[in-house]
Design a protein around this ligand. Structure first.
Ligand code: ADP
Ligand code: GLC
Length: 485
C-alpha cells in the first residue's frame, strides 16, 4: 500500500514536540509492515541545512497570498529514514531562521496562513502525482492544522486517494481571518459553518475534520473528551456529528530511541532485570549537571523530573504552586527542562535562583538532557490539564521513573494508579490524580514519596512500568486497518 504522509515536523530533522516523534515513528512502523511510504515536509532552512544530497523532482506552481508561488520539490534519502523524504522548497515561505511556527520572540509567523495553505496545495498535488513520478498513493495521512487543508483540496477532486487526518492537539486550531481566506483564494463554498468557517474566521484544523474521510486522534480517552464542551475547543459539536469517522488510536514510542539498555545519551545503561546501579549512576550524572558537588544527601533525596513545553496545557502553574510546598515540607530535589510561555520561564528561573541547591531549571530544548532526566529522576511529573496522548509519561515508564499524572487523555490510558489493589496485583505503574489543581497534584506526589521509601514496592512499580509494551506495531496495525476500510 502506498501512503503519503504530510506533516510540519519530523524527528530528528525538525521537532517542537511529540508530533515530530510520531511523524518519524509511525511511518517507519508502517514501512516495517510492508507499506510504501513517502513523507512530505516544508523545506525549512534548518531542515535543508542538515541534508547532504537532494534530487530535484520538479516544480509545482500554486496560488499564494499575492499571486502564484513556485515550489521546488526535492527528494532526499536521510540516514535515519528508511524511505524517501519530499521537501517543499519555497524560500519566501520557509527559508528563515527560527521555529517552524513562531519567530524568535515567540509570535506566530504573520504569514502562517499562506505558508501552510501553499504547503497543503502542493501536498495535495503530490498526492495526485502531479509531477508524473509514477507514484500514486492510496492514502494521504495528514497531521494537525498545518496540513488540515490537504483533505479539503483533495475533496474537490473526483478521483483521489483516501484521506486520514490525525488530531494531535485540538487546542491549536490554525485559525486565520476572512481576509486571509479571500487573499488565498480558497474555494468560496468552503465558507460556511459546515465548511471551514469558525467564529468569523476560518480554521485549518476544522478543514481536516470536515473534509477527511477518517479522523483520528492519539488516544481513546482523548477521542471521547474532544466530543465534550470541556475539551472540545468549540469543535465538540462538529466532532460529535462526525463520531462515525472519529477513531482514538494510542501512540506508541520508538523503543530503539527510548530504551534505557541502549540509550547512548546515558552514562550508564540499565534494564528491567538490573535497574541498579545503572539508574543511580544516571541520577548522579543528572545532579552533576547542575551541582558542583553531589553529596549523599542529594543522592538520597527523591529527585523529581519534568520535561515539556512550558504552556498552560502542561499544568505548569500547578507545578509552580507545588514547588514551594515541596521544598518546605520534603527533602526532594527537582529538575525541570522546557521552554514555552515567557511568564512560566521567568517564574521558574526566579524560583531556581532562590533554591540553587534543590531546584534545577534549564530553559531550552535539549534532547540529551531530556533522556538523562527520564533516566536519572526518581519520579516524573506530568500534571497536564489535558493531554491528547503524551509521550513523556511512556518514556518515563520505560526508564523506571514512575510518572505522576492527571487523569486525562492519553495519560489516563497509559498510567495505572498505585493503590492497594493495583499494588497487590502488580498492575500499578504510577500515580494518577483525579481532581484538577495543585492540591490534588501535591497529594499524589506525597503518595509517591511514601511509596518511594518502601524499596520493595517501589522496585515492583518500576518493573511493571518498564515492562509495558508501548511499541508502535500495535498502533500501526490499527492505522493499516483504517486505511483499508
Ligand atoms: P507535546 O507533544 O504536547 O509537547 P509529548 O509528551 O507528546 O508532548 O511529546 C513531547 C516530546 O518533546 C518528547 O519527545 C519530549 O522529550 C520532547 N521535549 C519537549 N520539550 C523538550 C525540551 N525542552 N527538550 C528536549 N525535549 C523536549
Ligand atoms: C501533541 C499532544 C501530545 C501528543 C503529541 C503526539 O503535541 O500535545 O499529547 O503526544 O501531539 O501525538
Amino acid at each position: 500500500m502506498k501512503i503519503l504522509f504530510v506533516a510540519s515536523e519530523a524527528y530528528p530533522l525538525v521537532k517542537t514536540g511529540g508530533l515530530g516523534d510520531v511523524v518519524y515513528s509511525l511511518p517507519h512502523a508502517l514501512h516495517a509492515r510492508g507499506a510504501d511510504v513517502r513523507l512530505v515536509l516544508p523545506g525549512y532552512r534548518a531542515l535543508l541545512r542538515q541534508l547532504d544530497q537532494v534530487r530535484l523532482l520538479g516544480w509545482l506552481e500554486v496560488r499564494g497570498a499575492e499571486g502564484i508561488v513556485s515550489a521546488r520539490i526535492l527528494e532526499t534519502r536521510h540516514p535515519d529514514y528508511a524511505f524517501p523524504l519530499w521537501l517543499v522548497d519555497c524560500p519566501a515561505l520557509f527559508d528563515r531562521e527560527g521555529n517552524p511556527y513562531v519567530d524568535e520572540s515567540g509570535r506566530d509567523w504573520p504569514d502562517n496562513a499562506e505558508r501552510f495553505a501553499v504547503f497543503a496545495r502542493v501536498a495535495a498535488l503530490l498526492a495526485q502525482d502531479a509531477l508524473d513520478l509514477g507514484w500514486q498513493p492510496a492514502v494521504v495521512h495528514t497531521h494537525d492544522w498545518q496540513s488540515g487543508l490537504v483533505a479539503a483540496f483533495l475533496a474537490e477532486q473526483p478521483a483521489r486517494p483516501k484521506t486520514v487526518f490525525t488530531i494531535h492537539n485540538l487546542a491549536y486550531g490554525g485559525n486565520f481571518t476572512h481576509s486571509d481566506f479571500v487573499r488565498l483564494q480558497l474555494p468560496g463554498h468552503w465558507w460556511s459553518s459546515e465548511g471551514v468557517e469558525f467564529h468569523g474566521g476560518f480554521s485549518m484544523l476544522k478543514a481536516g475534520i470536515v473534509y477527511a474521510d477518517a479522523v483520528t486522534t492519539v488516544s481513546p480517552t482523548y477521542a471521547q473528551e474532544i466530543c465534550t464542551p470541556e475539551f472540545g475547543c468549540g469543535l465538540d459539536g462538529l466532532l460529535r456529528s462526525r463520531q462515525y469517522k472519529l477513531h482514538g488510536i494510542l501512540n506508541g514510542i520508538d523503543t530503539t530511541i527510548w530504551n534505557p539498555s541502549t540509550d547512548t545519551h546515558l552514562p550508564a545503561r540499565y534494564s528491567v532485570g538490573r535497574i541498579q546501579p545503572g539508574k543511580r549512576r544516571n541520577k548522579e550524572a543528572l545532579l552533576e549537571h547542575f551541582l558542583p558537588l553531589v553529596d549523599d544527601a542529594a543522592m538520597r533525596a527523591p529527585l523529581l523530573g519534568l520535561v515539556g513545553r512550558l504552556v498552560e496545557q502542561k499544568g505548569v502553574d500547578w507545578v509552580l504552586a507545588a514547588i514551594p510546598v515541596l521544598l518546605a515540607e520534603t527533602d526532594v530535589r527537582l529538575v525541570l527542562l522546557g521552554s514555552g510561555q515567557a511568564v512560566y520561564e521567568k517564574k521558574l528561573t526566579r524560583l531556581a535562583k532562590q533554591h540553587p541547591e534543590r531546584l534545577f531549571v534549564k530553559i531550552g530544548y535539549d534532547e540529551p538532557l531530556a533522556h538523562l532526566i527520564e533516566a536519572g529522576a526518581d519520579l516524573f511529573l506530568m500534571p497536564s490539564r489535558f493531554e491528547p496522548c503524551g509521550l513523556n509519561q511512556m518514556y518515563s515508564l520505560r526508564y523506571g521513573t514512575p510518572p505522576v499524572v492527571f487523569r486525562t487523555g492519553g495519560l489516563a490510558d497509559t498510567v495505572v494508579d498505585a493503590n492497594d489493589t493495583t499494588l497487590e496485583d502488580a498492575t500499578a505503574t504510577g500515580f494518577v490524580f483525579e481532581t484538577s489543581g495543585a492540591p490534588a497534584f501535591l497529594a499524589a506526589i506525597h503518595r509517591a514519596l511514601d511509596l518511594y521509601r518502601q524499596l520493595k514496592q517501589w522496585r515492583r512499580l518500576q518493573q511493571t512500568g518498564m515492562r509495558q509494551s508501548f511499541d508502535w506495531s500495535e498502533s500501526a496495525g490499527h492505522y493499516l486497518a483504517l486505511y483499508s476500510i
